[in-house]
Design a protein around this ligand. Sequence first.
Ligand code: SF4
Ligand code: MG
Length: 329
Amino acid sequence: MRPLLRVTDVRKYFPIREGLFVQKEVGRVHAVDGVSLEVRAGETLGIVGESGCGKSTLARCITGLYPVTSGSIEFDGDPRREVQMIFQDPYGSLNPRRRIGSIIADPLVIHRVGTKAERRRRVQELMELVGLNPEHFNRFPAEFSGGQRQRIGIARALALRPRLVVCDEPVSALDVSIQAQVINLLKDLQAELGLTYVFIAHDLSVVRYVSDRVAVMYLGRIVETAAGEDLYKLPRHPYTNALLSAASVADPDLSARRERIVLTGDVPSPIAPPSGCRFHPRCPKAMPKCVTDDPRLLAQGRPEGGHLAACHFPVEPGERLGSEKAQIE
Ligand code: SF4
Ligand code: MG
């Protein structure tokens, strides 16, 4: 079956320029550095990684907000109308001086859909769909709570009846008590409207409840991808293992099986990524080969299982990485 979205070896570099009069390129941020993935109709692909790993940049490439430096993004349909985005910040992504009815109607106006009266009806229908009172279309964003503002963002993203919705950390700016409500709304909408999601988050416990498959990003690359539960049961990449051990603090279901691994240091600079395996400066399993050889994404376990990891020394079943070496903070 043809995937709904196919991303092939996409790179997105941002030039760094210096100079007062004549600007000269002095380096490039390798925000996304060779990402390939496929998303099938009706599924949710979770993309996880620390801040700065390139996941938001990848999201913006997929939705067409950023042109790619190289590689290709193929969508089975009209990407301008059928790919929409829900943003992380429900405060910053809504213009405070505009009424929410006109914010939600924006995509309809831009794409010249319907008459003014039809758009009004569609806006009220969308408000009802996301659990907002349709009578409130004349109110301003400040009159709504964070969770309600994210519902406004969701209504706007759905206005053109997209097939693919890219959700960039849709709940990370919200109170924990509100997060589950918004996630459940997204799941209900997916079932009702047959939506396909790319769901971006910085921790694995949030994507666990929404994703069919999960891809883990580190410094502009995908380092591991698998069907959701395979990834949680047996992460093969040491980075995924460390992320899971961090997530387990908030998720007792995971902590029973795992000791906490504290990764030392920050994510290295994407201007000059480390040689060999980009994770080697922080990896508890790093060997000399890791410093020189860049590991490719290779099948783990059954080849048809779709579990891939980019590591020379993948984590074995039962292997404990919470050693003293890994726990230095
Ligand atoms: Fe760690 Fe080496 Fe695997 Fe990279 S290739 S994750 S440094 S063991
Ligand atoms: Mg981000």
